[in-house]
Design a protein around this ligand. Structure first.
Ligand code: ATP
Ligand code: MG
Length: 657
């Protein structure tokens, strides 16, 4: 985290475009006007306990009612809905079985090779109960940690729900991680069981997963007793008798009767590691009732979910976005959720659009990295598909550059669908700042306003709100149900990482997790990037997002990342790494033109000193630009620190030359 005592970040971006919610959508929406949003937010502000208590009672099923809404007597360790018992798997399944939803499609799965399966709520309930009984048969009980290392197959969601059903916390480790990364997480979490698959399909090839599990365990993970293996690709795989068990052999024969275990509100629900953009990943702990409520409510609000929606979130279940918006948020609301094993690839650049057309997807939720990749290759591909079913578009993961936002709205959304730019983190459990599609006028590049009950603000190091238009630290002033409870095994790191940067004189607690932002005259939030990445040019502290957006607004630029490098005169100089649209060559003339372009767009102070054209930028496996790596490269230093979350090492090698 930055030690710079200067409290603010300068803003240079000008963005004036604005889009009202479509009138028809607003007329039918749950929250259909700014007045309705403001009324809800005001109620939450006036009486947070009353607001959250009522929401928890009306939106979740309780085996036993809770006594208190929030216990904040030992900050920053919050306890929500104490005395109550509930179960996430029950809320996602059993409570939908009484009425017509029982035979509604809960999960549509599309495999990469073109195979597919779908499950009604009744069918999914049976699968989850069987899997839960299988876990018990393997000796897994309440409180035992189960690690998942899975491709994007239905069994991943089924296993998560089965764990929640019996009260065994899960720790989903993204299937793209190496054996070492997996092993670190197995040891850190003391996992008792690993659920995996022989492999999955990726870019038209079978990619093995089980060997990584074998390797992780061979190097010693004493807590792991069994490995439960889903057969997906059918490729031969090592099998250790006594330890390894096939899913189909164990699960399919189990009873379909497995009552959901009543769980205390604060029982641990899952551990999930952050994606590691900035350093060593942290094991974020979420608990039962608060997380469930937050995933449920945010999903309902942000996507204005309707009974006939087909919701598709393209994240992997290995990330929080997959947890909250593929599995738990949609199912808790009784919605239809789609899960896709594949990704756009050379043999099928229109893979996503084909899925939308085929399944008549109505809500599409993806990441800026994907949108920029589509922009890079142009609109000809998406234009071949009928995406008229879409009604809402969402984005998450990084700041979205206004030009990418416009492209998304125009080309994918047919200039008709509201775009919800959702700001949140693994730590926050669910979305914190986002437009509501039927209420909030949107501005390209702004996540707009905090959700009801979320006391987000932009502050200086003493916790004072900074003036309108000035950048500062994005912080949250009050606890919310979906907040992380601790760092697994390291409560001190939790306190240190999130609660000690901002120190108000009155001793109140502010949650801060690394991002810079500013608010405009309408109170809208503009996330400016991570404060660690702020560049200090001649005493001007500039966020990365605005300079990058100026570069991306040039018609030849697909994607840009800027970092500072030490400069004797200015303190820091700006180095920009730029990828160009397909077919465009980077040369000295274009470099000069881009420098001029940034100068015109946002001012001479932000003009990059150096522009490096590259084919690709280093990203995390969740698709986020890793600026700390670029910073080392720009300074001519060795790349140090944890690079295990890097998606493609060859990108780094190419940049080194
Ligand atoms: P680590 O904490 O290990 O560095 P990470 O922060 O990338 O990893 P996540 O929890 O997946 O892990 O990502 C949260 C971060 O992603 C936010 O703090 C923010 O920087 C960025 N982010 C997510 N959504 C948005 C958004 N809509 N606009 C701007 N930034 C976003
Ligand atoms: Mg983070």
């Amino acid at each position: 985290m930055t030690q710079d005592s200067s409290p603010t970040i300068e803003s240079v971006l000008q963005e004036e475009r604005q889009f009202a919610p479509p009138p028809q959508l607003a007329a039918e929406a749950r929250i259909g006007s700014m007045a309705a949003y403001q009324a809800l937010a005001a109620r939450a502000e006036a009486d947070p306990d009353g607001f959250w208590g009522e929401a928890a009672r009306s939106e979740l099923h309780w085996f036993a009612p809770f006594d208190t809404v929030l216990d904040w007597s030992d900050p920053p360790f919050a306890r929500w809905f104490e005395g109550g018992t509930t179960n996430l798997s029950f809320n996602c399944l059993d409570r939908h079985l009484d009425g017509p939803r029982a035979d509604k499609t809960a999960l549509i799965w599309e495999g990469e090779p073109g195979d597919g399966r779908s499950f009604t709520y009744r069918e999914l309930h049976v699968e989850v109960c069987r899997a839960a009984n299988a876990l018990k048969a393997l000796g897994v009980g309440k409180g035992d940690l189960v690690a998942l290392y899975m491709p994007m197959v239905p069994e991943a969601a089924i296993a998560m729900l089965a764990c929640a059903r019996i009260g065994a916390p899960h720790s989903v480790v993204f299937g793209g991680f190496s054996a070492e990364a997996l092993r670190d997480r197995l040891i850190d979490g003391q996992a008792k069981l690993v659920i995996t698959a022989d492999g999955g399909f990726r870019k038209d090839k079978a990619v093995a997963l089980k060997p990584a599990v074998d390797q992780a365990l061979a190097e010693g993970c004493p807590s792991v007793e069994h490995v439960l293996v889903v057969r997906r690709t059918g490729e031969a795989t090592g099998f250790e008798a006594g330890r390894d068990v096939w899913w189909h052999e164990l699960v399919d024969g189990q009873s379909a009767d497995c009552p959901a275990e009543p769980m205390a509100s604060e029982d641990r629900l899952f551990v999930l590691y952050t994606s590691g953009s900035t350093g060593k990943p942290k094991g974020v702990v979420h608990t039962t009732a608060g997380y469930n409520l937050w995933a449920h409510l945010t999903f309902q609000w942000i996507f204005d979910i309707r009974e006939d929606d087909i919701h598709w979130c393209t994240a992997d279940v290995g990330w929080i976005t997959g947890h909250s918006y593929i599995v738990y948020g949609p199912l808790s609301n009784g919605a239809t959720t789609l899960m896709y094993e594949g990704a756009p690839r050379p043999s099928k650049p229109g893979a996503f659009w084909e899925v939308i057309e085929k399944h008549r997807v109505t809500i599409f939720y993806t990441a800026p990295t994907a949108i920029r990749a589509f922009m890079k290759s142009g609109r000809a591909v998406p234009d071949r598909y009928d995406m008229g079913s879409l009604r809402i578009l969402g984005t998450v993961g990084e700041p979205i550059n206004p030009e990418a936002w416009m492209w998304y709205r125009d080309v994918i959304g047919g200039d008709r669908c509201p775009v919800v730019d959702t700001w949140w983190q693994t730590e926050t459990g669910g979305v914190m700042i986002s437009p509501l599609p039927g209420a909030t006028p949107t501005k390209p590049g702004s996540a707009t306003l905090p959700l009801p009950g979320i006391a987000a603000d932009v502050v200086d190091l003493e916790g004072n709100s900074v003036p309108t238009g000035q950048g500062g630290y994005l912080a949250v002033r009050r606890p919310w149900p979906g907040m992380m409870r601790t760092v697994h095994g390291d409560p001190e790191r939790f306190r240190r990482s999130y609660w000690e940067h901002i120190r108000p004189a009155d001793g109140s607690w502010l949650y801060f997790a690394g991002d810079g932002a500013r608010r405009d005259a309408d109170g809208y939030f503009w996330v400016m990037g991570r404060v660690d990445d702020v560049i200090n040019v001649s005493g001007h502290r500039l966020g990365t997002m605005e300079i990058e957006s100026a570069l991306v607004s040039h018609p030849s630029v697909a994607e840009a990342a800027v970092v500072g490098r030490p400069d004797e005169l200015k303190g820091e100089g700006i180095v920009a790494f730029v990828t160009l649209d397909v077919g465009v060559e980077g040369d000295a003339a274009l470099e000069a033109e881009l420098r001029r372009h940034v100068g015109l767009e946002i001012g001479p102070i932000a003009r990059p000193d150096v522009i490096r054209f590259t084919d690709a930028l280093p990203k995390t496996r969740s698709g986020k630009i890793m600026r700390r790596i670029l910073r080392s490269l720009a300074a001519g230093e060795d790349v140090s620190g944890d690079t295990s979350t890097l998606e493609d090492r060859s990108v780094l090698d190419a940049l080194r030359v």
